[in-house]
Design a protein around this ligand. Structure first.
Ligand code: DX5
Ligand code: ZN
Length: 217
């Protein structure tokens, strides 16, 4: 079954614990945390201290999505704060630093992810595939919640799925941006293993029902 990672970017930050409980109870597998620096993307969100506080109130696996320039500078800090899964952007650092960051995440016993923006050629992922637990295909331009899904990403998801199968690699394909019940169905059809969703889940008063609907059940 597809896994669901609610993105707290659309949660109520003044009532974050309550919102986290609601998606825990609703059956989510991961909690997605968007970290933005105002440089790699034109928005600023949350940082290390918030992850540390969240860690204290939930046992959900914390799925940290770093949309920051030169993420190598902060990988260790986020893991020390409690991240279980750390995804960085391949556009955000040098190849050498990306290799080092992925190695560091894995050496600390955590899941390593690499994300790709909608317009970056898929081939740029290829050198790293052996080192990845997660490939995160952005289905919007990163930076903001509530944007419209980009259907031109579907063939990329399917292509990646086929490539991973050919190579015998078992890393998860996650999709992020504009995921609702309709686009979820398309992404699952294309091969997505994890659906990250902010607006659809947190705008619903029944989080469990929203999560079920995304799974298509
Ligand atoms: C966007 C973030 C997403 C965002 C998704 O840059 O990476 O995780 O929260 O939000 P929705 O599901 O509202 O498109
Ligand atoms: Zn995200």
């Amino acid at each position: 079954m597809v896994k669901i990672a609610p993105s707290i970017l659309s949660a109520d930050f003044a009532n974050l614990e309550k919102d986290i409980r609601s998606v825990e109870k609703g059956g989510a597998e991961y909690l997605h945390i968007d970290v933005m620096d105002g440089i790699f993307v034109p928005n600023i969100t949350i940082g290390v201290p918030v992850v540390k506080s969240i860690r204290k109130v939930t046992d959900l696996q914390l799925d940290v999505h770093l949309m920051i320039d030169r993420p190598i500078r902060f990988v260790k800090d986020f893991i020390e704060a409690g991240a279980d899964r750390v995804t960085l952007h391949l556009e955000a650092d040098s190849q050498e630093n990306i290799f080092s960051s992925l190695g560091l995440i894995r050496s600390l016993g955590k899941k390593a992810g690499l994300s790709i923006k909608p317009k970056t050629p898929l081939e740029e992922l290829f050198p790293y595939l052996d080192l990845l637990d997660i490939v995160l295909v952005m289905t919007v331009e990163p930076g903001f919640g509530g944007q419209e899904f980009m259907p031109d990403q579907l063939p990329r998801i399917a292509g990646l799925k086929a490539l991973l199968a050919r190579k015998g690699l078992s890393c998860e394909i996650a999709v992020d941006g504009g995921i609702n019940s309709e686009t979820a169905r398309l992404c699952i059809g294309a091969g997505a293993d994890v659906l990250i969703s902010g607006n659809t889940i947190f705008s619903s008063s029944d989080r469990g029902a929203a999560i079920k609907q995304l799974r298509g059940i």
